[in-house]
Each structure stands twice: as structure tokens, then as C-alpha cells.
Ligand binder design. Structure first.
Ligand SMILES: Nc1ncnc2c1ncn2[C@@H]1O[C@H](COP(=O)(O)OP(=O)(O)OP(=O)(O)O)[C@@H](O)[C@H]1O
Ligand SMILES: [Mg+2]
Length: 275
């Protein structure tokens, strides 16, 4: 194992005690032999806003999807709190995790309220959901989260397709908040938005998650946004963690290493990076 990987693994072990989410030696090898995750060990503390960075194909989405069991791991363990993800615990873990998507994943022809309520589909019998018969408490909660993401009551009955991209992602966040998840996974949640709206949406996601004590794992391509919003950055390259630390330590050198794989001559020792 390379020195950097040893240091990273040692520091990661130190963090495990207080972790909310733990990835222990995750591997995912696809049928064509691509190792999308190649021994990922990392720990995310409760309430942390953790941004996952890395070039395209580095395994960010595969890692996020491992949290709710959508990545069928080749080896390793994903642990949420005290619960190891197994086929038996999959259902209970999914109830504790919500997802915000890059393309919003809204049903465009139905109302904002129906889209937000669809976040509770696992909790409501299918026939009730089909008929739109949701319990009053859930309807009340829908109004709360829609207000929380900065949308107006008038938006509740509007078709999702009638909203702007930024507003649609607010609906996506409201849907994720509906059942007060412990973990929010956000896979490039602002990739389809302009820079100003991206800042608003990320700020909203961070504050709303913080209010309810949720931990966020958010993949991004914009390093400036990662520095601005993250409590912590995990950098991935070719399925491996190559940076794990506070945004202040993610300097130009760390960025070049992450995106270009550059081992810069005379570089600072890795200990500075893996803090
Ligand atoms: N279903 C699949 N079958 C085979 N290979 C896959 C599959 N899904 C992902 N991969 C491969 O796994 C690697 C990691 O993919 P992943 O989507 O996790 O990367 P990413 O970091 O999210 O990239 P991007 O920034 O483009 O979204 C890539 O090489 C990708 O081609
Ligand atoms: Mg991806």
C-alpha cells in the first residue's frame, strides 16, 4: 500500500468511533472488470456536509448509491449508525436515507404537492398513494417543507413542469426532507443550474439539513462550491480516496493531484493533505 493510502486509512480508523456513515474497504467491480470503487474507507460524522469531488468516472455516484444499497458491493461494508447494510437491513436503512437528483426526477405533469408527497410513498399503502389519500399529518408536513425551501403556498397546486430549474430542485429538496431523513444523498444536485442559483440551492440544502441534524453526502464538479459549502471534502480518483480533509486543506496542489493525478515535485507531505 502506498504511504498516502496508509496514512489515510489510519486517520480514517481514528474517525470511525464518531461516524454516522462508515465505508469500510468498499469495492465495486463491474462485469467488464472496471473497479468503480477500489478499496474506499471513509467516515462521515453526524451532521456533516460532506462533498465528494473527483473527475468523471472516479466513482462518486457509485459511492453515493452504496449508501442506500443501489450499488451491489463486491466487497466491504457500508454502516449507517450501528447498522451494517445487508439484504435484511436494506429496507430499514432506505427509510433513513433520502436522495436529491441532478435532473430533479420530478413527475412533471403532476403538482408540486404530489411530487413532494411521493417522498412518502414507502410509508403509505400503494392504493392510497394512487388515489392521493395521504394522512393529514403528511399533508401538513408537505406544506412545512415547501415553505422551508422558499416556495410559496401557491406553488403547491402548480404542475412541476411550470417551475424553473432552481424551483424544481427546491421541490426535490422538499421531497427529500419530507420524512426527516438522517442522511441526504445529493448526486450533483446543481449540475443543471446556473452559478447564482447553484449557490442558493446548495445553501438551502446545507441549512435545511443542519436544522434537522441530517448528514449530507453531496457530489459536485465545482471545486469552488465545494470549498464554500463543505464541512469536509472527500476526493476520489479511479475508485480510490486520494483526499480526505477540511476544505481549507484542499489547495491548488491537492486539486491538481485530484483532477490531473499530478505528483508535484517538492510537494508538501501527504500528512498535510489527509488532515
Ligand atoms: N452499470 C455500470 N456498468 C459498468 N460500468 C459502470 C456502471 N456504472 C458505472 N460504471 C463505471 O464505473 C466507474 C465509476 O462511475 P461513476 O458513475 O460512479 O462515476 P462518477 O464519479 O459519478 O462520474 P460522473 O462525474 O461522470 O458522474 C466509471 O468507470 C463508469 O464507467
Ligand atoms: Mg456521477
Amino acid at each position: 500500500m502506498a504511504a498516502a493510502a496508509i496514512i489515510n486509512a489510519a486517520l480514517a480508523t481514528g474517525r470511525e468511533g464518531q461516524a454516522h456513515l462508515s465505508f469500510r474497504g468498499l469495492r465495486k467491480v463491474y462485469a467488464d472488470g472496471v473497479a468503480a470503487l477500489d478499496g474506499v474507507t471513509a467516515h462521515v460524522a453526524r451532521g456533516e456536509f460532506c462533498v465528494v469531488l473527483g473527475p468523471s468516472g472516479s466513482g462518486k455516484s457509485t459511492l453515493l448509491r452504496a449508501v442506500n444499497g443501489l450499488t451491489d458491493l463486491t466487497a466491504g461494508e457500508m454502516v449507517l449508525g450501528d447498522t451494517v447494510l445487508t439484504p435484511k437491513t436494506l429496507h430499514s436503512i432506505r427509510r433513513r436515507v433520502a436522495m436529491v437528483h441532478q435532473q430533479f426526477n420530478l413527475v412533471e405533469r403532476v403538482s408540486v404537492a404530489a411530487n413532494v408527497l411521493s417522498g412518502a410513498v414507502a410509508e403509505v399503502p400503494g392504493w392510497r398513494a394512487m388515489l392521493g389519500w395521504y394522512p393529514p399529518a403528511l399533508r401538513q408536513r408537505t406544506c412545512e417543507v415547501v415553505a422551508r425551501v422558499g416556495l410559496d403556498e401557491l406553488h403547491l397546486t402548480r404542475r412541476a413542469s411550470a417551475l424553473s430549474g432552481g424551483q424544481q430542485q427546491r421541490v426535490g429538496i422538499a421531497r427529500a426532507l419530507l420524512l426527516k431523513p438522517e442522511i441526504i444523498l445529493a448526486d450533483e444536485p446543481v449540475a443543471s443550474l446556473d452559478p447564482a442559483i447553484s449557490r442558493e440551492v446548495l445553501g438551502l440544502l446545507r441549512e435545511a439539513a443542519r436544522e434537522q441534524g441530517a448528514t449530507v453526502l453531496c457530489s459536485l464538479h465545482q471545486t469552488d462550491l465545494a470549498r464554500e459549502f463543505a464541512d469536509r471534502i472527500i476526493g476520489m480518483r479511479k475508485g480510490r480516496v486520494v483526499f480526505d480533509g477540511k476544505p481549507a486543506l484542499f489547495d491548488a496542489r491537492a486539486e491538481a493531484e485530484l483532477y490531473e493525478g499530478l505528483a508535484v515535485p517538492g510537494a508538501e507531505p501527504k500528512e498535510k493533505i489527509y488532515a
